[in-house]
Design a binder for this molecule. Sequence first.
Ligand code: CO
Length: 134
Amino acid sequence: MIGRLNHVAIAVPDLAAATKVYRDTLGAKVSPAVDQPEHGVTTVFIELPNTKVELLGMLGDKSPIAAFLARNPNGGIHHLCYEVPDIVAARDRLVAEGARVLGQGDPKIGAHGKPVLFLHPKDFCGTLVELEQA
Ligand code: CO
């Protein structure tokens, strides 16, 4: 069911510093920072030949990555995003398998303007999984 790895997301305490590491130290192509008020984060995308890295910085007091950064003060891998051809069909199959979808269970529009859903890490080997309709 899942297809390509769309991105690996890394939550960071200092988005400007993390962007500098990827751009200057690692020599990667980085996007401008974009606020995602709907998701409580600011994102920077690192374009790699085979996938992307999504740097996530906190936006606002109620950012969903605040607790993660409190546990991981240096930052860390926050989620993996896999592409699926039909997100509603994927959700229905996962729910039928007993997996938990976070939130209301309805796809939201994600950082790429495409529908996304998040799946509970306890059901997926301790990893928060994002599904994006490709
Ligand atoms: Co993501």
